[in-house]
Ligand binder design. Structure first.
Ligand code: AMP
Length: 283
């Protein structure tokens, strides 16, 4: 596995691979890798021809942090990330410096035509412009045939899908299911900041999603889920049911495929989770 820090070196390396007829897969991450990240690599390996290049980028993108404190304390664990990736199909780790990705004087960022979109877009101003910008840059730097994204960040996935479609970016997105701890908590690089009490409270997020999935009707699903979150005492940003194809909130007697999304602060940590299920009507 090759460790590369600069765009020039990565481009040269991948140009040679492309000339040799290899396909290229990319899994963008911010490091502090856990089993969920490693499953992105596994999903790429299962999808693309053998003997391809699988690039894992590790870059804590300053542009997508709306809270400077969150950025400062975001874990930086390159050596253990490299150790974790050594056992996977990853062939290249791209770990650029902030200056490599954002040389001084950059003027261009990517935003959606609707401006700050709901949910994460409202609660984390600037987050999605930062995310879309770095993802577009990584797509242009790596020029992958396949990219892997986790279902865990559902709204991010929705916006990346939209960007790929709207800007005609020639690649295929591989969607990877959310990896969870044995008790249901979605794996996240931020979970390490949960103390035992917060860790127990954090289970309310996945529990709320699970109970919502068993209810008939939008109102009943929302009521049971918010009941669980209230009881756990987490500071809820939102719990909502959206149409997975449009990310628009559903209401009334909507039924069919629905994505339940939740975000809450649990002690010092902001967590998100989601679950896709079939909502039936209550009549
Ligand atoms: P991050 O390092 O948090 O920016 O995440 C990098 C990629 O890993 C994104 O596509 C995430 O959706 C994905 N990811 C994060 N957590 C999980 C998880 N628990 N299961 C599967 N994929 C995940």
């Amino acid at each position: 596995m090759k460790l590369i820090h600069t765009i020039t070196e990565l481009r040269e390396y991948l140009a040679t691979a492309r000339k040799a007829g290899k396909s290229i897969g990319l899994a963008p991450t911010m490091g502090a890798l856990h089993a969920g990240h490693l499953s992105l690599v596994d999903a790429l390996a299962a999808k693309i021809p053998e003997n391809s290049e699988i690039v894992v980028s590790i870059f804590v993108n300053p542009l997508q942090f709306n809270d400077p404190k969150d950025f400062e304390r975001y874990p930086n664990t390159l050596q253990s990330d490299l150790d974790a990736l050594a056992g996977t199909a990853a062939t290249v780790v791209f770990a650029p410096s902030p200056e490599e990705i954002y040389p001084e004087g950059e003027l261009t960022v990517l935003i959606t035509s609707t401006g700050p979109v709901a949910f994460e877009g409202l609660h984390r101003p600037g987050h999605f412009a930062g995310m879309l910008t770095v993802v577009a840059k990584l797509f242009n730097i790596v020029q992958p045939d396949y990219v892997a994204f986790g279902q865990k960040d559902a709204q991010q996935l929705f916006l990346v899908r939209s960007m790929v479609r709207d800007l005609n970016i020639p690649l295929e997105i591989v969607v990877v299911p959310t990896m969870r701890e044995a008790d249901g908590l979605a794996m996240s690089s931020r979970n390490r900041f949960l103390d035992p009490e917060n860790r127990a409270d954090a289970l309310a997020l996945s529990a709320a999603l699970q109970v919502a999935a068993k209810e008939d009707g939008v109102d009943a699903a929302l009521a049971v889920a918010t009941g669980i979150l209230d009881k756990a005492g987490v500071a809820l940003d939102y719990f909502a049911l959206v149409d997975p194809d449009t990310f628009q909130e559903v209401s009334g007697d909507y039924h069919g495929k629905v994505l339940a999304i939740v975000a809450a602060n649990v002690g010092p940590v902001r967590l998100i989770d989601n679950l896709l299920f079939e909502l039936t009507t209550d009549d």
